[in-house]
Design a protein around this ligand. Structure first.
Ligand code: CA
Ligand code: CA
Ligand code: CA
Length: 347
């Protein structure tokens, strides 16, 4: 009997360790060029794709609340959890943490520093624990906006080795290289991402060997306005719902409902839950001295209330009740906690 109790306690302890509401692993980190790229996280000579992925994980997994940049439009991160985030009915299921904030200036719409990232989700359908299954886009508030471009494609070019900086004629002290990163899209647009005096490091990801990098996905309409009219004050307006880094983390509008996931043809994906999330920068815009808009990620969290019930705080009712503890269903009666199969897990 003692042996059984010990086994049960070990089982319970293991179970607690295995379940975390936070990101447990970063699977891929591939930012587009950007003013914080090679800084957040920091590139050091010799770092390869895998090393940078581990640095991104160190920053945003396990509730570490560091920060990574995704660079300009299309740059992305793929991360996962150690359990299924259940699609709870009539409820928001998870939140991706960014660094969005509202301006304290009074404006007609909600805005400030809102840099919306497209959120995609995946269910581990083949059960191998890896994100090699189908991806579904979270259809946020702008999914059906006629200005949203689905199937957008954008290619960025690494500056050539003999690249010479082209300072701005108007403001050379701020815009130190107006031809830093050339880009072109599949809508017959091309242009340059400029380099700002505030961030003088190369903007192209230094650990990527290829001289071009191409991203595909959904491009949201531009969300900025130069409210000063003279380039001194830019406001990036928040979209209503369904994006990352678009509302402050503690705002309910930052939360995502898995019910919003759609298939490629726009019909509901009807997912029971998700294991993996991909986030990419959703706008392709540059805002004067603020530079290009880039989604930042600080973490992600399962919103299941079970994770907000610490095991030491479980009250012991006299009648048997079912309760989720760290995502697992238990039956509690008196001072005892049972699994659903009747195994006593405390004493
Ligand atoms: Ca839900
Ligand atoms: Ca899989
Ligand atoms: Ca941001």
């Amino acid at each position: 009997m003692k042996y059984l109790v010990l086994t049960a306690q070990l089982f319970f302890a293991t179970l607690l360790m295995a379940q975390s509401p936070y990101i447990s692993r970063v699977w891929e980190y591939k930012p587009a060029p950007g003013q914080f790229v090679n800084i957040l996280p920091e590139y050091e000579e010799g770092d390869d794709v895998e090393a940078m992925c581990r640095k991104a994980e160190e920053a945003i997994a396990n509730n570490n609340k560091g920060m990574i940049t995704l660079g300009g439009w299309g740059g992305y991160v793929v991360f996962g959890f150690d359990h299924l985030i259940v699609n709870r009915p009539e409820a928001k299921d998870f939140v991706v943490l960014g660094n969005a904030f509202y301006s304290n200036q009074q404006t007609a719409k909600t805005g400030g520093s809102c840099e919306p990232g497209i959120v995609m989700v995946s269910y581990d359908a083949n059960g191998n624990g890896q994100p090699d299954d189908e991806w579904y886009e979270i259809a946020g508030s702008e999914y059906t906006n006629p200005q949203t471009i689905h199937n957008y494609e954008l290619t960025y070019y690494r500056p050539s080795e003999d690249h010479v900086a082209t300072p701005s004629l108007v403001n050379p002290k701020t815009f130190i290289d107006t031809t830093h990163i050339a880009w072109e899209d599949n809508q017959e647009n091309k242009g340059y991402m400029y380099q700002l005096v505030y961030h003088k490091q190369p903007y192209y990801p230094l650990w990527i060997d290829d001289n071009t990098v191409t991203f595909k996905g959904t491009r949201l309409p531009d969300n900025y306005a130069d409210e000063s009219g003279n380039g001194t004050y830019y406001v990036l307006y928040a979209y209503d719902y369904g994006y990352a880094d678009n509302h402050p983390n503690n705002n309910e509008k930052a939360q995502i409902d898995i019910d919003w996931a759609v298939k490629a043809d726009g019909t509901p994906a009807n997912l029971p839950g998700i294991h993996f999330v991909k986030v990419y920068t959703g706008v392709n815009q540059q805002c004067g001295w603020l530079g290009e808009t880039s989604t930042e990620i600080m973490g992600a969290e399962d919103l299941d209330p079970a994770f907000h019930t610490a095991v030491e705080n479980v009250t012991m009712p006299s009648l048997p009740v079912k309760r989720f503890i760290n995502g697992q269903l238990y039956i509690i009666q008196g001072t005892k906690i049972y699994t659903v199969t009747g195994l006593i897990v405390n004493k």
